[in-house]
Design a protein around this ligand. Structure first.
Ligand code: FES
Length: 577
């Protein structure tokens, strides 16, 4: 469609279902009337699909049923016809074995919900970790105008005068409890105080990182991502998104018109400045590939050297998302990054990024730091390579003890999660603080689903001795709320015979973040001998979704999408007969 052209009602996609006069459209309209609608509800109006990931067992999305109503109010105000479509909810703590097993499921469901119904534009309601990339990947592939409405972070946690951060403080106080430094009663008090409202984790975990990235990509209304879920501004933002999506349909402002290589570079730079979750790397690559934009791990590393961590938010910093919002939120942080970002990138608001954040300001420079007072001079994530990870691995140096950014030590290898979980509790485990803990078979096919096992627990006997960080290497992911010297996403993974599968206890491993090096000090001939002996494990799933997942899932450096869902030939519009 020509730029500046506004669609006519006859050009709406839904017109094929509702606007023509034939036997099928009679069926569609009579069924709408069956639900109590009348022609005034739909005639000539864009139909807006509200893809809602609310469920009774998703604590982070508990308010999304109400928010769907707020979106509907906005859609109606602007002359649209709102239709709510429930989708799989993916509560991070409750869905087992890992929500990552289902991110692509949500992406596929989002795409097909929009394709198979008479929908002209979409509002995507989500926020708990994988729901953001899942919804956006699906919407990109479908290609209809879409706005992501982030669920928003929950309020700060609180216990005995201290703030508590989701995840980060759970790990911290769990270690205190393991060593008897806090009582069962105090632990129970923390359980009461750490999650005080609906909304997502309020540290800079995967949820906050991905909601921020969605905003930096231009896929949310400006300022939406840090808005606390319980703030009255949140339903107002949802209604505004409802109004805006109707206009976007008339303007035909599709994800393809919003997203560009610059949008993804902006997203990566924001990720770096936030000290964001390592999980985001996988999701950004997957979203970019859906948009037909090739992104490599090298691009992350390149940009990480240009952008310092300036968001003083746990786990890299001290504050929480509520503080970040009061300090000016993401628009203020993006403004602070200045011309490091491409201000010409488009946003769903119809404005460029620089216009959208023109009025932003930092109100608390302890939370959003000036560039010359960064927490960490480089960005959040380093990409390491070497003979142990030929296709790369990632690390969050800002969340690691500085001594471990350059380290060489003997490996202590665990063949899988259960082996590791039993061993680390042994008082007689032969381990020193210089050991490098290695976990195998936790990758995309091996986990399967690449569970968040990458922050391997420090062995009990070392925790008791006061050790709080060690070098840990795996092909797993780790929670965005985790911290420590954890090297993750090793590719190719051990389950398919990547070099991580060949490491043995006692081998020396060297890491040097400044040189981006991850090296296994074992001669090539010995590695070749071990490779010849290596035998693959049988797949965990023989049938069902898990079997399909194991067959089609890509490696971490490719974004872990299904091979048949990545950008490719367009899917035809459904025939209507
Ligand atoms: Fe939902 Fe952390 S559990 S965002």
């Amino acid at each position: 469609m020509a730029k500046g052209h506004r669609k006519t009602p006859e050009e709406l996609r839904s017109h094929r279902w509702l606007g023509v006069q034939d036997l099928r459209s009679f069926g569609h309209r009579s069924r709408l009337r069956q639900m109590g609608y009348d022609a005034v509800d739909w005639a000539g109006r864009p139909v807006i699909g509200i893809v809602n990931t609310w469920s009774d067992i998703n604590q982070c999305h508990a308010h999304l049923r109400a928010r769907a109503e707020d979106v509907k109010r906005g859609v109606l105000q602007a002359g649209g016809f709102p239709i709510e479509l429930p989708a799989i909810s993916l509560s991070e703590p409750f869905v087992k074995p890992t929500t990552m097993l289902y991110r692509n499921f949500l992406a596929m469901e989002t795409e097909e919900l929009l394709r198979s119904h008479p929908i002209d534009g979409a509002i995507l309601l989500g926020g708990c970790d994988k729901t953001t990339p899942g919804l956006i990947m699906g919407a990109i592939s479908m290609g209809l105008p879409a706005i992501f409405v982030p669920a928003g972070p929950m309020l700060r946690g609180y216990w005995r005068g201290q703030t508590l951060g989701s995840g980060s403080d759970t790990w911290k106080y769990w270690d205190e409890k393991r060593t008897g430094r806090i009582t069962e009663a105090q632990w129970a008090e923390i359980e009461n105080g750490i999650a005080r409202s609906f909304g997502t984790c309020m540290t800079m975990g995967t949820a906050a990182t991905m909601m921020s990235i969605a905003e930096a990509m231009g896929m949310t209304l400006p300022g939406a991502s840090a808005l606390p879920a319980a703030d009255s501004g949140h339903p107002r933002m949802a209604a505004a998104a409802g109004r805006r999506i109707v206009d976007m349909v008339w303007e035909d402002l599709t994800p393809a018109a919003v997203l560009s290589p610059a949008s993804f570079d902006n997203a990566i730079k924001v990720h770096m400045a936030l000290g964001g979750s390592t999980n985001a790397i996988i999701h950004v690559i997957a979203m970019a590939r859906r948009a037909g934009i090739a992104l490599s791990l090298e691009r992350f590393d390149q940009l990480s050297r240009e952008v310092p961590v300036i968001a003083n938010i746990r786990p890299s910093g001290a504050f929480l998302m509520e503080d970040f919002y009061y300090a000016g939120g993401l628009p203020a942080l993006m403004k602070m990054l200045g011309d490091r970002l491409d201000g010409g990138a488009m946003t769903v608001s119809g404005e460029t990024l620089s216009d959208a954040i023109a009025d932003a300001a930092v109100y608390n420079d302890e939370v959003i730091l000036p560039l010359d007072k960064a927490i960490y001079a480089e960005g959040a994530t380093a990409v390491l390579k070497g003979n142990l990870a030929p296709r790369g691995a990632v690390m969050k140096p800002s969340a690691a003890e500085p001594r471990l950014r350059q380290h060489r030590g003997p490996a202590l290898v665990f063949r899988d999660y259960n082996h590791m979980a039993a061993e680390v509790e042994r008082e007689d485990l032969e381990v020193t603080p210089d050991h490098v803990l290695v976990l195998q078979n936790a990758g995309p096919k091996g986990g399967p689903g690449m569970p968040e096992w990458g922050m391997l627990p420090i062995p009990r006997k070392l925790v008791k001795a006061g050790v709080r960080d060690m070098l840990r290497i795996s092909d797993a992911r780790m929670s965005g709320t985790s911290y420590g010297a954890c090297i993750l996403h090793v590719a190719p993974e051990s389950f398919i015979g990547g070099p991580l599968a060949l490491v043995r206890t006692g081998d020396h491993i060297e890491v040097d973040v400044s040189r981006r090096l991850l090296h296994l000090h074992v001669p090539d001939e010995e590695l070749a001998r071990r490779r010849a002996e290596w035998k693959p494990l049988p797949p965990r799933y023989e049938r069902g979704y898990g079997a399909m997942f194991q067959q089609h899932i890509g490696q971490a450096d490719e974004g872990c999408d299904f091979d048949f869902l990545e950008s490719g030939a367009p899917v035809p519009e459904p025939e209507i007969h």
